[in-house]
Design a protein around this ligand. Structure first.
Ligand SMILES: Cc1cc2nc3c(=O)[nH]c(=O)nc-3n(C[C@H](O)[C@H](O)[C@H](O)COP(=O)(O)OP(=O)(O)OC[C@H]3O[C@@H](n4cnc5c(N)ncnc54)[C@H](O)[C@@H]3O)c2cc1C
Length: 391
């Protein structure tokens, strides 16, 4: 009989895992709390080992078509004058012409398309309780439905519900990176096309991102905060007030960004953080992607390690009938790669968000060199794992 797996979350890790599990002969159900594949999100990168995963899934041509092909990032002084312009690869350690940069929603739809006819999707629902026993995992959904699965995998993001149910509260695993950010879209009044602007003052940055030839740009404002601003999480107005107080000066386009933030209908606010766990499974429940090892956007590798993790987890489950052995093998196969990619967040943060005036001056000096430390480090790490072949 086919082993039944419930996957929670249908963004990147969830559908990728569902694809590989289905291909290895599992019966897969995916539950997603949104009522459809969620739209939104700025471009995410697929590079290094993860390119091999999407090639093996057969979606490389579709992804090449969706590639947004950003050609230039210009770093700006506080007054808006350019420090230096560069290819994005210099910052990220990517390879021009090979790496992919795709809107998150496009990637999610493409991955969903690979399994939508083969896998059961339950939208507008979520796992309410999990009861793990010798014979399987009894699951109650928010909708009231009860079912039993052989295994459950949480692919439900950095604030994972499955992790909370099976491993305990987020505070036990979340590592705050000392900063918060707000992202939103606004009118492309500067006429940016396939390019980004990165404005910095010590401890603050504001990025404007013109994706392809869109009428909108994505704005992301990031800033240091000693303590995570927990109060702001409950209240979008408090989020806007906090960002406005941190960026309370009249420099460059900042006043226009703040005004656009207050009226944006897609405001997204979160802290920069990572998930670190001593193990990614507990009994018959495992985690993949951001739920298990979110590296933060500073690493630029969240999507890539989610794709690689999904491939490895499904492959190990397929080759080992005992799930405990399979989960241990998944950990063994992925951990070094995952942790070295998570570590990229620190050089990424130093490049994107220098904290002091001295750090900023050093970063600006480094921009004029052949590459940035984050780029050199990233290049070695993002392809440091060779995918095993599973039957
Ligand atoms: C709307 C959105 C926008 C994003 N924007 C960006 C971005 O712009 N840039 C970037 O680098 N990364 C972004 N990310 C994160 C990025 O997708 C991940 O870092 C990476 O791709 C790993 O993906 P993941 O599938 O592990 O997690 P995620 O992409 O976070 O997906 C988690 C999925 O689980 C679902 N989910 C959450 N809770 C439950 C629940 N209780 N029950 C069922 N399903 C649940 C969510 O709706 C989501 O579909 C975004 C994620 C989302 C969901």
């Amino acid at each position: 009989m086919k082993r039944k797996v419930l996957v929670s979350g249908a963004s990147i890790a969830g559908p990728a895992l569902a694809y590989w599990l289905h291909r290895h002969g599992f019966e897969v159900t995916v539950v997603e709390k949104a009522d459809a594949i969620r739209s939104g999100g700025y471009p995410i990168d697929i590079r290094g080992t993860a390119l091999d995963v999407v090639r093996r899934m057969g979606v490389l041509p579709q992804l090449r078509e969706a590639h947004v092909d950003t050609r230039k990032i210009t770093f700006l002084h506080a007054d808006g004058k350019p420090v230096h312009a560069m290819r994005p690869e210099t910052l990220t350690g990517g390879v021009d012409g090979r790496d992919l940069e795709v809107r998150r929603q496009d990637l999610a739809y493409i991955l969903y398309g690979t399994v939508r006819d083969d896998v059961e999707f339950l939208f507008s629902d979520s796992i309410a309780t999990l009861h793990d026993h010798d014979g399987g995992v009894d699951v109650t959904f928010d909708s009231g439905t009860r079912r039993t699965f052989d295994l459950v995998v949480g692919a439900d993001g950095i604030h994972s519900n499955t992790r909370r149910l099976a491993f305990g509260p987020e505070e036990d695993y979340h590592h705050y990176l000392g900063c918060s950010f707000a992202g939103f879209s606004m009118a492309n009044e500067l006429g940016l096309s396939r390019e980004g602007l990165c404005w910095n003052t010590p401890g603050r940055n504001a990025v404007l991102y013109g994706i392809k030839d869109s009428d909108d740009v994505l704005a992301i404002m990031t800033f240091y905060q000693e303590e995570p601003p927990l109060r702001a999480f409950r209240d979008p107005r408090a989020q806007c007030d906090l960002v406005a107080s941190v960026f309370a000066d009249d420099q460059w386009e900042i006043p226009r960004l703040l005004a656009a933030m207050r009226t944006a209908d897609d405001l997204f606010f979160d802290v920069g953080g990572q998930i670190h766990m001593p193990q990614w499974s507990n009994g018959r429940v495992a985690l993949v992607g951001d739920a298990a090892y979110a590296p933060s956007f500073f690493s630029g590798q969240g999507t890539s390690i989610a794709l690689v993790g999904a491939y490895l987890l499904a492959g190990e489950l397929a080759t080992r009938p005992d799930h405990t052995a399979a989960f241990a093998a998944y950990d063994e196969a992925a951990r070094k790669f995952v942790e070295s990619n998570q570590a990229l967040a620190f050089s990424g943060r130093a490049s994107l968000l220098p904290r002091t005036a001295e750090d900023l001056a050093l970063r600006n000096q480094a921009l004029l060199g052949p590459s940035l430390p984050s780029g050199d480090e990233g290049r070695a790490v993002n392809s440091s794992l060779r995918l095993p072949d599973y039957p």
